[in-house]
Design a protein around this ligand. Sequence first.
Ligand code: SF4
Ligand code: SF4
Length: 343
Amino acid sequence: MVFIVKWKVIEKSKLPVLIAELAKEFEVFAPVKEKNMISFERISSGNEAYLDFRNTKKPPKEVFFPQTETLFTYRTGKKDVEIVESPAIKGKMVLLGVRPCDARSFVLLDKFFSSGEHKDLYYLEKRKNTAIAGLACNRPLSTCFCTSVGGSPFGKEGMDLLLQDINDKYLIETVTKRGKELVKKFPWLKDAEKADIDKAKKLSEEAEKAVKSKVSVNGVSEKLDRMFDDPLWDQIYQKCLGCGVCTFFCPTCCCFDILDEKGKRDRIWDSCQFSCFTLQGSGHNPRPSGKERMRQRIMHKFNYFVKNYGESFCVGCGRCVQECPVNLDIREVIGAISARQGK
Ligand code: SF4
Ligand code: SF4
C-alpha cells in the first residue's frame, strides 16, 4: 500500500457516518433533494445529503449570503441606538458537496465583500468560520463553460478539501491546512492507493474534455469600454422579461436591499434586473428600461469587476442559461460583443 498523506478515500456507504460525526461539532450544509429542487440546506444526519447531482439548482451562496437575513436587532433609547444581537454571525460550519464552479464563486464574492473601507462582516465572518469540502464535476452539463472563465470541473480554488467520485468511493484530496485538520478528525479514513489517484486523474481529463461550451472572454472588457451607447443593447434586451431569475440563481450575483423594521435590520436579495432597483424617491430612474438594466448586468460581470479585481464576475456555471424563461443565453451575448466590428 502506498502511503499518501494528501489523499484519503471513503467508501460511499460510510459517508453518512462521517457527516453525522461532523454534525456533532459543526453546522453542516449539503445538497438536499426535495421534489425537483436540489439546494444547500442544513442537515443533521448523513442520509439527508444528496450527492448524485450534475449541479444544484440553487447555488450555495445562500449559506453566506442568505436570501433574507436579520443582520442585527436593536433598541432605540432617548439618545442612541443599542445593538442587541447579531444572529447573522454564526459558529463553525462545514459546507459539503460544492461544485468547483460554485467554490470559485466564493473566491470572487470574497473580493467583493472585503474590498474597500467597509468590509461586510456578516458575510466575512461566516466565510472565516466555514470549511468547504468540494465535489469534483464528473459530468459537466451542455450549458457549463467553467473552462472559459478560469475554472475547471476538477478545480480546487475556494476549497479546503476536494472529494472526487471514483465509483464506489470518494477520493478525498486535502487542499488547505484547514482541510488537513478536518481529515485528522477521522483517523479511520483509509489512505488512497495509486490506482485511486490514477482513476481520478483520468476522470478529471475526461470531464475537462466534456466541457464543450466555449466562450471567449478575451478582450471583452476592452470592447465593453467602448460599448456603453452601442445599439447592440437595443437588440439584446428585447426579449428579456426582467424577471431577475438569472441573477437570483447566479452564484456571484449579490445585489441586496436593507430594511429597518420593528427593531431589526434585515438584508434581502435584490436584482439589477428589477425596474425599482435604481428607482429614486424623486421618481427618476437612471436605468429606466430593460436595455440599461441588461447592460448593467453584463458590464458588471465582464467590465467593472474585471477592472476592479482582474477577472470576470462569472464562473460559467450555466444556471442563467438553463433557467432563463426566454432562453436569453449569456454565452451568445458575450459572443455578440466579441464579434462587434470596429470596437
Ligand atoms: S452569469 Fe450565468 S453562467 Fe455566469 S456565474 Fe452567473 S449564472 Fe453562472
Ligand atoms: S432570466 Fe432571462 S428574462 Fe429573466 S431577467 Fe434574466 S435574462 Fe431577463
